[in-house]
Design a protein. Structure first.
Length: 318
């Protein structure tokens, strides 16, 4: 499972991040795709980046399989688990841009600068149920895409692709995004404000303490609960100024929807937990990340690397 969050600072710079919740690592690390890289693609032949990208990925068959990534112009995308609902086209469709599901983050981040451009391009895209090789299955994902102004959600189901404007700027997992967007209405009464005393008959009732306005706020690890928490915290976190404060805002918001060992056991007996959290600042073109085992944040600035190169750069292991 996973949680994604997007917001912008007062200057319109994107801050975009995600939690990756699962039970095991895959050898992932921070990977930069430079502009001159030529990435093999089963349907496009090659993907030729217009923009350099950075994100968390594994490299397989000379291709970066991004969990999430962002580009130098301030556009970011993350894939989140969507089991039970994700259905991709069984075969490529002639006359459309055919993408293997694993290519979606790279294609978006390497080819476009804004959410508006992505939205327009998706009108002619088919996402195909194609694995990178026999070692990796196709992951059942949906995606959140964000820039400094807005975000959208891409979901492929049995009835085709759906692209939703995302006014809440968060995403978790199943069920589909429209359900989550409706469900948050159940929590409109939740408030960060301190309740004023009220009178019931002859008694005056006072709140026990700070946080009383959040009684009924969902605390579980299920996708619906994490979606509400992320949406509420993202909407109510006070505006900050400066890189350090906004990066702290991003990671603290993600922590509000993170998963701890011992809270959610899978059917095979293993615990699901937040393996890593990461985020991108368009203000400084810097990618940040931390892991469950090492919560200290690390970072890599795109400007410190050769973005005109032709070889994939594995900057660091997660």
């Amino acid at each position: 499972m996973c949680t994604g969050v997007r917001f912008a600072d007062s200057k319109g710079n994107l801050y975009f991040g995600r939690n990756l919740d699962w039970c095991e690592h895959y050898g992932e690390g921070v990977v930069i795709t430079p502009r001159a890289a030529r990435i093999p693609s089963p349907f496009l032949g090659t993907i030729e980046p217009k923009h350099a990208c950075i994100g968390m990925a594994i490299i397989e068959a000379e291709a970066p399989l991004y969990f999430d990534c962002a580009n130098e112009t301030g556009l970011a995308v993350a894939g989140l688990n969507f089991p039970g609902y994700a259905v991709f086209a069984p075969e490529p469709v002639e006359g459309t841009v055919n993408l293997a599901a694993y290519e979606v983050p790279l294609w978006i981040a390497s080819q476009f600068s804004t959410v508006a451009e992505v939205r327009a391009a998706l009108d002619n895209v088919t996402i195909v149920n194609k694995a990178v090789n026999d070692l990796w299955a196709v992951s059942p994902l949906h995606w959140i895409v964000g820039d400094g102004a807005e975000s959208l959600v891409i979901e492929c189901e049995a009835d085709g692709m759906h692209v939703y404007d995302n006014g809440l700027d968060v995403l978790t997992n199943q069920p589909p995004f429209p359900w989550h967007a409706e469900n948050v209405r159940n929590y409109m009464h939740v408030s960060c404000e301190h309740p004023e005393p009220v009178t019931w008959t002859r008694d005056t009732l006072k709140a026990f303490g700070t946080g009383a306005g959040m009684v009924g706020f969902p605390g579980g690890y299920a996708p619906a609960s994490r979606f509400v928490r992320a949406a509420f915290l993202n909407a109510n976190y006070p505006a900050e100024e400066g890189e350090a404060a906004n990066v702290t805002r991003l990671f603290r918001t993600l922590e509000g929807a993170s998963m701890c060992k011992g809270g959610a056991k899978m059917t095979d007996g293993r615990y699901e937990y937040t393996l890593f959290s990461d985020g991108f600042s368009a203000a400084t073109r810097t990618y940040y990340w931390c892991t469950y085992e090492d919560p200290a944040r690390r970072s890599a600035c795109m400007d410190d690397y050769d973005l005109d190169g032709a070889e994939l750069l594995r900057v660091a292991a997660a």
